[in-house]
Design a protein around this ligand. Structure first.
Ligand code: GDP
Length: 694
């Protein structure tokens, strides 16, 4: 029959993981007693080790769900706290310390907590038992204890002593049984004494005759009877305990002491009662097995009902889609990698080229503005002869003038090639890749998973950072030749001219749109013109502003003047752009020989050459390498590299998934428990058959 209890205790443990539902459990033995009634001593005598918190004023604040597992291996004696993941604890002093810490962690203001501590003890000296140790009843609340402690403990005990649990009511022999809080509490819920075992401790403290009469109590007769025990750990002659805490098993010593006591008193030799810890153990095993077995049917019905509910929910809410944290993560990762592949297929050399060209176009426009277009319109340069026939400088010293334009263009082109194109281009592409990854994440399932988001972002940034470092240097080397000499072919020139025409037109559009917006802002075209002409007069020195016009001037507010300056800038800029557009489109600029007069076209051709070199290089080095490394890095960070707990935590970041996982898990667990129940039934039948044969 031993196997049965073991199996039932296992099932009880499984049911505990399913979740809190009162009907979804198998009964246990609940241990109650007043403080100092000897409750701890009884439990420790059963276990054979001192492991419970002791000390003055030490109140157990949480129930301890104590599962004793009989292990035939004589050397395997250890405790486990399944919820703490401490592994096997072989030092029982450590168990005691852990329990003390767990108790002390309950805030004093809460008094007690009904969240049980799970403790499993494996030993060859224990029977298979499931016991729940509850805080001891207190009579008087200590000075430093909260006043409601007494009631809270009583309420907690009331919750646990309900049927079908077995009550182990501990009372000390040296206290009048009529005053036993444990027996009184148990009598309330079990008036006919059907599921209470009475334990009378400290039998050695009363004379044997009285002791025997206690065990024969008729006032509260118990069907399961009373057991008298002496659970004191024997002391040596010097008064110290023979078996100090943490040393070997104490059950033999206790039993020896106990036996000596009971056998020396003939009062205990006969009677309808039991004495000794050994008898108590046997009784507990027997009663627990009977009680558990009697509950199997109702529990199994309850499990089936719960399973039916879980199955229904699984079907209706989740379309019977099975899910585990691992499968969820794997699917999500696959989907993400798939979308990444989609992106990588359409983001190639051409896209890199567009990005880079756009960036370099901006750089060219800036250079032109700085070096060519930054002067008043009258001597805006470089002039084209037939556009600007009156150019006085050109007439006076055509040679010198040409030289100036030559130097200007060479230095501008050098400024472009020495811009740090390697770093700039690499950064532009790396940033674009990062932005695309961020976008992919935000439109993926991982959007609801901060942990995954971070892992993905870190994966891409770390790869891009590592690659960029070398790539920008290498790219810089690739473009090095252009720093010294740039040859532009006819076709390149023609393409540059087209490009720049478009770029100037685009820029013109932007400037005109901005100017229009500004006009509207200041209150119409006329108003804008008035302010601008005032600004022009200020610039031309016809008007002097007091204090820089901080308080306004000419009837205009300071804010309006600022807008006017902006408008004047945009007007000048658009005049420049129109003029340059005209120049670029002119016949002169169709010929690359006139490059010094057409810096826009030449610089565009340079930018184009740089882009071609850079896009080829970045496509081969940055894109290909990133496309190769990124999915692998994802596998590292979100696949193999994660523990089960991390995967579970990640999946549960999404409340919808968490609920889905709960339902699946609950359903699987219930199915598993039912299967276990079925094998238990078979085991029971087998045992019955073999006992009939015996
Ligand atoms: P608890 O507060 O109910 O857990 O009580 P303990 O198990 O800590 O015991 C209270 C005190 O009674 C301790 O000093 C024990 O040593 C002592 N004690 C426990 N059982 C016996 C016993 O059978 N005989 C004697 N003489 N003392 C006992």
């Amino acid at each position: 029959m031993m196997m049965l209890t073991k199996k039932m205790i296992e099932i009880r443990g499984l049911l505990q993981t399913v979740g809190q539902s009162e009907s979804l459990t198998l009964p246990s033995i609940v241990v109650i007693g007043s403080q100092s009634s000897g409750k701890s001593s009884v439990l420790e005598a059963i276990v054979g080790h001192e492991f419970l918190p002791k000390g003055h004023n030490m109140v157990t604040r949480r129930p301890i769900e104590l599962t004793l597992v009989h292990t035939p291996d004589a050397h395997a004696e250890y405790a486990e706290f399944p919820a703490l993941g401490l592994g096997k604890v072989t030092d029982f002093a450590h168990v005691q310390k852990t329990l003390t810490d767990l108790n002390l962690a309950v805030p004093a203001s809460d008094c007690v907590s009904d969240d049980p501590i799970q403790l499993r003890i494996h030993s060859p000296n224990v029977p298979d038992l499931s016991l729940i140790d509850l805080p001891g009843y207190i009579q008087v609340v200590g000075r430093d204890q909260p006043s409601e402690l007494k009631e809270k403990i009583a309420a907690l005990c009331d919750k646990y002593i309900r049927a079908p649990n077995v009550i182990l009511a501990i009372s000390a022999a040296d206290v009048d049984l009529a005053n036993s809080t444990a027996l009184r509490a148990s009598r309330k819920v079990d008036p006919r004494g059907e599921r209470t075992i009475g334990v009378i401790t400290k039998m050695d403290l009363v004379d044997a005759e009285r002791g025997a009469s206690l065990l024969n109590d008729r006032k509260y007769a118990l069907r399961l009877g009373y057991v008298g025990v002496v659970c004191r750990v024997p002391t040596s002659g010097s008064g110290s305990k023979l078996f100090s805490r943490g040393s070997g098993n104490i059950s033999t010593a206790i039993a020896k002491n106990e036996n000596a006591y009971f056998s020396s008193h003939p009062e205990f030799s006969e009677g309808p009662f039991a004495v000794g810890t050994g008898s108590l153990k046997k009784k507990l095993m027997h009663v627990l097995e009977q009680t558990m077995a009697a509950s199997l049917k109702t529990t199994s019905v309850a499990i089936q009902r719960e399973l039916a509910e879980a199955t229904y929910e699984f079907k209706v809410q989740y379309n019977e889609r099975s899910l585990s944290a691992e499968s969820y993560l794997a699917e999500s990762l696959d989907a993400f990698k798939h979308s990444f592949r989609g992106f990588s297929d359409q983001f190639g050399r051409q896209q890199v080229r567009e990005l880079l060209k756009h960036e370099l176009d901006q750089q060219v426009l800036n250079l032109l503005a700085q070096r060519y277009w930054n002067r008043p319109l009258e001597d805006l340069s470089p002039p084209l002869p037939e556009l600007d026939p009156l150019s006085s400088l050109a007439k006076a010293d055509p040679e010198g003038e040409n030289q100036i334009w030559q130097i200007k263009l060479d230095s501008s082109s050098a400024a472009l090639t020495k811009l740090g194109v390697g770093r700039l281009a690499t950064n532009v592409v790396a940033n674009a890749l990062q932005a695309h990854i961020d976008h992919l994440v935000s439109t993926s399932r991982f959007a609801a998973h901060p942990f995954a988001r971070q892992a993905i972002t870190e994966a891409s940034t770390s790869i891009l950072r590592d690659l960029s470092y070398d790539i920008s240097d290498e790219l810089e080397i690739c473009i090095k030749p252009y720093k010294y000499r740039i040859e532009v072919e006819d076709n390149e020139w023609a393409r540059g001219r087209d490009n720049v025409t478009n770029a100037l037109k685009e820029e013109l559009k932007v400037v005109e749109a901005a100017a229009k917006k500004l006009e509207e802002h200041v209150g119409g075209r006329k108003k804008a013109r008035d302010v601008m002409s005032f600004i022009d007069r200020v610039r031309g020195g016809q008007v002097v502003l007091e204090g820089d016009g901080i308080g306004g001037a000419g009837g205009y507010s300071a804010a309006l003047l600022a807008k006017g300056r902006e408008a004047a800038f945009l007007r000048d800029r658009s005049d420049v752009l129109k003029m340059r557009l005209l120049a670029v489109k002119s016949k002169q600029c169709a010929n690359r020989k006139n490059k010094y007069h057409c810096p826009e076209v030449f610089l565009d051709a340079v930018a184009d050459k740089l882009t071609t070199t850079a896009d080829l290089f970045l496509d081969a080095e940055l894109l290909s390498k990133f496309y190769y490394a990124f999915p692998r890095e994802l596998d590292n960070r979100l696949g193999r590299g994660l523990t089960h707990e991390e995967v579970e935590r990640l999946a549960r970041e999404d409340p919808k998934i968490s609920r889905h996982l709960d339902v699946v898990r609950r359903k699987n667990l219930l199915e598993h428990v039912l299967k276990e129940m079925e094998s238990l039934r078979q085991l029971e039948a087998r045992e019955k058959r073999s006992s009939r044969r015996d």
